[in-house]
Design a protein around this ligand. Structure first.
Ligand SMILES: [Zn+2]
Length: 196
């Protein structure tokens, strides 16, 4: 245990806990989000939701240097909308649907903004193919076998729209506290090895 790192982890969690609902705080987190009416994607209400999501994700990133994606339900809006970072750009996914996934599973330490700083050591398909609408209402397909992290973020956010949190998907001995600064480095290294 590295006390200094652990302290920083909890300080970071406290710093951003107001940005999203935390587990135990809202029943919405366990509920399936409602599909967005395609004819309303351009409406002021939906634009407002997307803009609030982007503001929240950017703020989370600014305060902690972490945060890769967020679903609307995490800010109390049960609509089937989520966003995620591609580099510095943010992509919006509306009514996403996983249409294909790899057999190969990868275990990776995963943090949820709504269960921070608990880590779920979760096995997920290395790759998924997702059909979704972007914020312009265009039908898009995510299909990128190389970007392991985004493939995982997408699965995490789509789970949120179905009322599932990563900590629900693992046995209790796979829930660990983020108190080891080397944990992510170790797993990232393993990932690199897995590709070779
Ligand atoms: Zn989450």
């Amino acid at each position: 245990m590295n006390s200094k790192y652990k302290k920083k982890t909890f300080e970071d969690a406290a710093l951003v806990s107001h940005l999203t609902y935390q587990i135990g705080e809202s029943n919405l987190l366990r509920k399936k989000s409602q599909p967005v009416d395609v004819t309303k994607i351009d409406s002021p209400e939906i634009k407002k939701v997307i803009s609030k999501l982007k503001k929240t994700l950017r703020e989370y990133k600014r305060l902690t240097g972490k945060g890769k994606g967020i679903a609307a339900v995490q800010i109390g809006i049960p609509s089937n909308i989520a966003i995620f970072f591609i580099g510095k750009k943010i992509e919006t996914i509306i009514n996403p649907e996983i249409i294909e996934k790899s057999q190969r599973l990868i275990e990776y330490p995963e943090i949820c903004m709504s269960a921070n700083p608990i880590i779920a050591m979760l096995k997920r398909p290395a790759w998924i193919k997702v059909k979704y609408l972007n914020e312009a209402g265009e039908e898009k397909i995510w299909d990128n076998e190389k970007d392991f992290i985004i493939n995982r973020v997408l699965q995490h956010e789509i789970d949120h729209t179905n009322g599932i949190i990563n900590i629900d998907l693992v046995p209790s001995d796979k829930l660990i506290l983020d108190s080891d600064p080397k944990l992510f480095i170790k797993y990232r290294k393993k990932l690199k090895d897995a590709k070779n």
